[in-house]
Design a protein around this ligand. Structure first.
Ligand SMILES: [Zn+2]
Ligand SMILES: [Zn+2]
Length: 80
């Protein structure tokens, strides 16, 4: 079994409405290459979480081309 993000692996499609204009937002991909899953936490907590904590969520960035806003959504990883 492997823990994967269903969105990164095209197992699901995630439809998100823009909170500002209600336009459908576009998934621009996972952003953990740039930010850790816990990037919203304080840096001290971030370093504490590097070891031993399984990353069971994948952070995605959704973008609204209509009003030019973006939103982060954390997707729960699933076992396959
Ligand atoms: Zn993902
Ligand atoms: Zn919008």
């Amino acid at each position: 079994m492997e823990l994967v993000c269903p969105l990164c692996n095209a197992m699901i499609s995630y439809l998100l409405k823009c909170p500002k204009c209600n336009h459908s937002m576009e998934n621009t991909g996972a952003i953990q290459d740039y930010f850790d899953d816990y990037s919203t936490y304080l840096p001290m907590e971030l370093t504490q979480r590097i070891d031993g904590v399984p990353h069971d969520q994948c952070m995605h960035l959704f973008y609204c081309s209509h009003c030019n806003s973006d939103k982060r959504v954390s997707i729960d990883r699933v076992f396959i």
